[in-house]
Design a protein around this ligand. Structure first.
Ligand code: PLP
Length: 384
């Protein structure tokens, strides 16, 4: 690789430019060994001891993500987004106080309310996009972690990362950001003051709906980050080498996919805003979105691939419209090259802040005219 600085998209396209030393292959081999030879003097000079903490393919994928997120302390891959997110909370101690976004990935909220609470964490949920509410919720010297998801699933509220970091740090807490729906193409939370960034790498980082994976990146190589490393190493929530290889292949095209997906999401948001059967479009790229000004500041290259619509006919029409799609796939998840639609309230159940007339749309890379035409006919038939 040239010595001069390269843009992230160049480094990602070549997965950091690593060449296989044996064959000169431009794609490094997948390392599958679970154990490594010890030196005659009993040391492990290779730095590889055992497959649970140590795998070269995983480390190569981690180096791509650490570069993309501008993470000085590096990245850690996990077996799922949930494994990554829960590792952050498990690095805290029973009795520690946490403030977390009210609107967030529903399964993590459910885990926090059950398992994490049972384990002794004290958790307050606030709208982290409301900085006064966040300021009022943190307890100086007591709160150890603020967890914010932005844009938040499925309402796409925007938390001001720099301001939230200031509030967390003033109270002596860390700020962790679930940036799954922004991706490093749009936002790099560590550069805005966050301490930890989390990804469900299952989504747009891999981008092809064929890998379940999670990731954390950190700004500082401190005791908290080392505690998280210990959680992964000891609990074993690791990513296998084949999945790490696929994830690395996915990240080579991240910029291309993301820019296309964000451009299509914006076009759909604008056109759906004028659709007679759509009551409201939730997308941070729209000027009328309450978080638009902050999003315009902290997001680049567009506003992401996720949007939601609230339909005029209420819950029944929302479910009926989702039933009519022909091109969109009616499925949970997000971030793949294929567009997905989901009636989110049905999945999230009781206690969810998701309105019942809401359909969540994950925008893929199909032709945007085809996507709009599909939604238009689905809304029309769904409201009959
Ligand atoms: N965070 C967000 C925003 C998500 O959308 C998801 C999954 O949908 C997760 C975390 C959990 O990731 P995983 O399904 O890989 O465990």
């Amino acid at each position: 690789m040239p010595q001069r600085p390269l843009h992230p998209r160049s480094l990602a396209a070549q997965a950091m430019g690593k060449i296989d030393p044996l064959t000169r292959g431009v794609v490094p081999p997948i390392h599958v060994s679970t154990t490594y030879i010890r030196d005659p003097d009993n040391a492990y000079s290779s730095g590889f001891v055992y497959g649970r903490p140590d795998n070269e393919t995983v480390r190569e994928a981690e180096s791509v993500l650490a570069m993309l997120e501008e993470a000085p302390a590096g990245a850690l891959l996990f077996g799922s987004g949930m494994a990554a997110a829960t590792a952050v909370f498990q690095a805290l101690s029973p009795g520690d106080h946490v403030v977390a976004s009210k609107v967030m990935y529903w399964a993590l909220r459910a885990w926090l309310l059950t398992e994490a609470t049972r384990w002794g964490l004290k958790i307050d949920f606030v709208e982290t996009d409301d900085l006064d509410a966040l300021r009022a919720a943190v307890k100086p010297g007591v709160t150890r972690l603020v967890w914010a998801e932005t844009p938040s699933n499925p309402l796409w509220t925007i938390t001001d990362i720099a301001a939230a970091a200031e509030i967390a740090h003033a109270a002596g807490a860390k700020l962790a950001v679930d940036s799954t729906c922004a991706s490093p193409v749009h936002t790099r939370p560590l550069t805005l003051g966050a301490d930890i960034v989390m990804h469900a790498a299952t989504k747009v980082l891999n981008g092809h709906s064929d890998v379940v994976a999670g990731a954390l990146c950190a700004r500082e190589d401190d005791a908290f980050w080392n505690g998280i490393k210990t959680v992964r190493k000891m609990q074993g929530g690791i990513l296998g080498p084949f999945e790490a290889y696929l994830l690395m292949r996915g990240m080579r095209t991240l910029h291309l996919r993301q820019e296309r997906q964000a451009a299509s999401a914006m076009a759909l948001a604008q056109r759906l805003s004028a659709h007679p059967l759509v009551a409201r479009v939730l997308y941070p790229g729209l000027p009328q979105h309450p978080g638009h000004d902050i999003a315009a500041r902290q997001m680049q290259n567009g506003f992401g691939y996720m949007l939601s619509v609230q339909v005029t006919g209420g819950e029944k029409a929302a479910i009926a419209s989702a039933a009519q799609v022909e091109l969109y796939k009616r499925a949970t998840s997000l971030g793949g090259v294929e567009s997905l639609i989901e009636h989110r309230a049905s999945i999230e159940g009781e206690g969810s802040p998701c309105p019942t007339d809401l359909l969540r749309l994950s925008t893929g890379i199909e032709d945007v005219e085809d996507l709009y035409a599909d939604l238009d006919q689905a809304l029309t038939f769904g409201h009959r």
